[in-house]
Write a protein that binds this ligand. Structure first.
Ligand code: AMP
Ligand code: MG
Length: 552
């Protein structure tokens, strides 16, 4: 249903609660699939298919990001009356389409778990279109879980509440941590039931359906290019690349009429942004869980929050994704290499655009390696409150040894750095036991940190404090600097699960509470101490906390 304007009694000159200006550059400039039904099919020579969201039975707004409403120039749901909120929920669930909206699903492919999977596409995401904000930004609004598309393959195009809560909260949390990410505008219950076999073990159950409205300048993925290259459809590949450069990388020389050098410079920038994104993930202990090339944004944004997780006790081999348990391809410590592998696949897809000049693409891959190596070292030094004015060997030695000692006993990655920041310099006179005691909050079994593990940790601490002494930064300044890059609050898996449990029983306040706390992840928030503690024991083995599947 097309709605005219939302609504009576709103605010502003027009009286509208939602009054968006659609620009729709994606659908206006790129080749469309001529068919507009949602029958599953291979879509050739096109970047998208027009498709409308399904009608949800009873849309109800559950959570929203007030600052995203503001950025879009929209009235904030808090300020609306019940009737207006229902109307808004109908738009955000996809029931009512705004004038100017041109809904579509994107065609893309991807390498899944290392293998080419052919056409994937937006199987359960429908973009409403691109809008221009009051500040002149172009942002695409996309509904995840709003019904089937030609790309839904054997699935239903729907999403359940639990995965939608996770996507909603984590996109906002990542943004506030300062890591490039797609955003979430809203979380809406559809009023429909969706059947899922959560652990793929023959136990299907009906779960509440939900829709997240995601926001990004573009949802174009590495796989968006790979699909056309794989089919030898160089015209469409070039059209999409030129569109992406002109609209999203317009600062590059030659962006108006790209040549081989422009494509190479663009690829280099994608590589650099990807390196920065991964550095951010490593800094905060985030594990994406499904780094397939269809889940890699061309803008270097974290995208598609599925079975992601946060390392609680530091373990580079940890992955939250049970579907990847055997191979652990997407484990925490492997993410930098996987991003490189994914970029290499993207580079291969772009070869037809650069002709003989493939050194430009190789340079892009090299740029990933150097950006990541330097960025990682600088990031780890920042976590330690140390200046980069020291030899690479000294820095790397200290960091490598830290990575090793963090694994000697179960050590909480988040709490460790906050406690380290609290420790005064000049600790050489302290005994091993005193040094360890200062960090006891970070250990899952503090009583067991003795013997070899304790000695190794204490030795590392002495070495660290030698370096701190070299920098001669006052303790308070070191602490402030460290606390600005080491979050106190992250969306630990069990926290998201508590929000889900409450929400599934009708209490959405935990989502709002977490959203609020995670808005200031680096600040001490005395009223929110309970969200800054180690993962509780009950969460160690609970489904949704330590184990997640792709079922969503
Ligand atoms: P993911 O691993 O979640 O990124 O999904 C891989 C592919 O499966 C993408 O093309 C998704 O759109 C599609 N997909 C995942 N879940 C569903 C669903 N419930 N209905 C339709 N397509 C889905
Ligand atoms: Mg995906």
């Amino acid at each position: 249903m097309l709605v005219d304007k939302l609504f009576s009694g709103g605010r502003g000159d027009t009286g509208a609660v939602i009054d968006l200006t659609f620009t729709n550059r994606f659908t206006e400039t790129l080749p469309a699939d001529p068919r507009t039904d949602e029958h599953r099919r291979q879509v050739m020579g096109a970047c998208f298919s027009r498709v409308e969201p399904v009608q949800a039975a009873a849309p109800a707004l559950v959570a929203w990001s007030a600052e995203m409403f503001e950025r879009l120039g929209l009235a904030i749901p808090d300020d609306l009356d019940d009737e207006q909120r229902t109307e808004l929920a109908r738009v955000l669930a996809g029931n009512d389409l705004l004038p100017g909206s041109d809904p579509y699903a994107m065609c893309y492919g991807g390498y899944q778990f290392g293998n080419w999977a052919g056409q994937l596409g937006d199987g359960r995401a429908i973009a409403l279109g691109e809008v221009e904000t009051p500040e002149g930004e172009h942002l695409t609004l996309q509904l995840k879980g709003a019904g089937p598309t030609p790309y839904s393959r054997t699935a239903d195009g729907m999403a359940v509440l639990r995965s939608s809560v996770r996507e909603f909260l984590c996109s906002e949390a990542m943004f506030h941590l300062g890591i490039s990410t797609t955003r979430a505008l809203s979380l809406t219950l559809t009023g429909d039931k969706v059947v899922r076999d959560m652990l793929y073990d023959g136990n299907p159950a009906a779960e509440p359906g939900a829709v997240v409205c995601r926001v990004s300048p573009a949802f174009i993925r590495f796989g968006s290019f790979e699909i056309h290259a794989s089919r030898g459809d160089i015209d469409t590949l070039r059209t999409l690349a030129d569109h992406t450069i002109a609209n999203h990388f317009a600062h590059l020389p030659g962006a108006e009429a790209p040549d081989a050098a422009t494509y190479a410079a663009w690829f280099g920038e994608v590589a650099e942004r990807t390196a920065e994104m991964i550095t951010g993930w490593m800094r905060v202990g985030f594990v994406h869980g499904v780094m397939n090339t269809d889940n890699m944004s061309i803008l270097g944004e974290t995208i598609d929050y599925g079975p992601y997780g946060w390392v609680d006790d530091f373990d580079p081999s940890w992955t939250p994704n049970t579907t990847d348990k055997a191979q652990r391809r997407y484990r925490y410590g492997h993410q930098p290499q996987i991003a490189y592998w994914n970029l290499a696949q993207l580079g291969n897809a772009l070869v037809p655009l650069v002709g003989d000049e493939i050194e430009g693409l190789q340079a892009g891959l090299d740029r990933y390696v150097s950006t990541y190596a330097e960025g990682y070292r600088a990031m780890m030094l920042a976590k330690l409150g140390l200046s980069t004015e020291r030899s690479d060997e000294d820095a790397d030695g200290l960091i490598d040894e830290l990575i090793r000692v963090l694994q000697l006993t179960e050590t909480d990655y988040t709490i460790f750095f906050r406690r380290l920041a609290d420790m005064p310099a000049g600790g050489q006179g302290r005994t091993d036991a005193e040094l360890i005691e200062s960090l006891s909050d970070a250990f899952y079994a503090p009583g067991d940190v003795d013997g070899e593990a304790g000695a190794a940790i204490a030795l590392w601490l002495r070495r660290y404090f030698d370096e701190v002494a070299d920098d001669a930064l006052p303790d308070t300044e070191r602490r402030t600097a460290m606390n600005a890059v080491n979050p106190k609050y992250v969306l630990r898996n069990y926290m998201a699960q508590l929000a889900i449990d409450a929400s599934e029983s009708g209490d959405h306040s935990v989502i709002a509470e977490l959203l609020d706390v995670l808005r200031r992840p680096y600040d001490d928030q005395p009223e929110a101490e309970q969200w800054a503690v180690k993962r509780p024991d009950w969460a160690r083995t609970r489904v949704g906390c330590s184990m997640l599947s792709c079922s969503s």
